[in-house]
Design a protein around this ligand. Structure first.
Ligand code: CP
Ligand code: NVA
Length: 337
């Protein structure tokens, strides 16, 4: 049996740093296999439940297409399709789903829900985003960096924006595990929690990563290889007014990219998506009218620039998620890592 067999991925801390590195490489390997039509049906005959309390384009599509290409059958269970959170507890739901499905993905509001599903279902559970963590984003993001630079250790990843959200927590901890220096650049009011910073610092001591949390943009972005941002208001939040005011100076624009001082071929722009880069169009119209800004966390110019790797990142969600599912549930041997 592989060391991953039967394991749940609930946050970055569900893995050792060596295991995370393994999944990054395995994801890139599976991408190669898919591009070259090499069969990799490690989940032949398995059934996968996909639970979504929140909307999703990439995560849902990744789990569905990855599951099918691995030979499994995915079933989408949206928040209005099942009783969870209304008529039925996490424990009872988990016991039933675990008796019928071989693996469960959960995206939703609370980390305790995904933790509970793992505790009571008896099958591997994968966190597809909660209020606290987004580990199925981190592995594909690190794959994207490795693909781009050829290595990870010693690179500097600067996350700028809401320093307390799921993506910030996951990058802070995930990067520090594999020796990527992580800078979190955010106003003091949005500094990451003591808990997440101390988890990251502990990993960093072993990996050699440097961790910086600062509200000083010039200092924070200097020497970055990747500038990463995310929405200013996450799903389930609504404090637009305060966030726009706080984060306007932290917008990723060409001026900020230049402040890194990094040579062009050593600098990329990343975003987990979806992004507010052109709020004048359709979905952002209300924001544009209310706050008078046509771009939010990233300008359209940077989003579409030569630095941007956002669509590569999006595609890598599928390959990384495939690695996570295949390793924890697959009929394959993975030596101890
Ligand atoms: N990045 C990400 O999780 O995207 P979706 O919300 O579209 O799944
Ligand atoms: N922080 C964002 C990430 C979306 C993929 C959110 O939670 O809405």
């Amino acid at each position: 049996n592989s060391v991953f067999q039967g394991r749940s991925i609930l946050s970055e801390t569900s893995m050792t740093p060596a295991e995370m590195e393994y999944l990054i490489d395995f994801g890139l390997h599976l991408k190669f296999m898919q591009k070259h039509n090499i069969p990799h049906r490690y989940l032949e005959g398995k059934n996968i439940a996909l639970l979504f309390e929140k909307a999703s384009t990439r995560t849902r599509s990744s789990f569905v297409t990855a599951a099918v290409e691995l030979g499994a059958h995915p079933d989408y269970l949206g928040k209005d399709d099942i009783h969870l959170g209304k008529k039925e507890s996490v424990e009872d739901t988990a016991k039933i789903l675990g008796s019928m499905f071989d693996g469960i993905e959960f995206r939703g509001f609370k980390q305790e829900t995904v933790d509970g599903l793992a505790k009571y279902s008896g099958v591997p559970v994968w966190n597809g985003l909660t209020d606290e963590w987004h580990p199925t984003q981190t592995i594909p993001d690190l794959m994207t960096m490795k693909e781009n630079f050829g290595y990870l250790k010693g690179l500097t990843l600067t996350y700028i924006g809401d320093g307390r959200n799921n993506v910030a927590n996951s990058l802070l901890v995930g990067g520090s595990m594999v020796g990527v220096n992580v800078h979190i650049v955010t106003p003091k009011a949005l500094y990451p929690s003591e808990k997440h910073v101390s988890i990251a610092k502990e990993y960093a001591t072993k990996s050699g990563a440097q961790i910086m949390v600062t509200d000083n943009i010039d200092e924070g972005v200097k020497g970055s290889n990747a500038i990463y941002t995310d929405v200013w208001v996450s799903m389930g939040e609504s404090d637009w007014e305060e966030r726009v005011k706080l984060l306007k100076p932290y917008q990723v624009n060409m001026d900020l990219m230049r402040k890194t001082g990094t040579p062009d071929d050593q600098l990329i722009f990343m975003h987990c998506l979806p992004a507010f880069h052109d709020t004048k169009t359709s979905y952002g119209q209300d924001v544009y009218e209310k706050y008078g800004i046509s771009e939010m966390e990233v300008t359209d110019e940077v989003f579409r620039s030569k630095y941007s790797r956002v669509f590569e990142e999006g595609e890598n969600r599928k390959h990384g998620i495939k690695a996570i599912m295949a390793a924890t549930l697959g009929n394959l041997f993975i030596p101890s890592v």
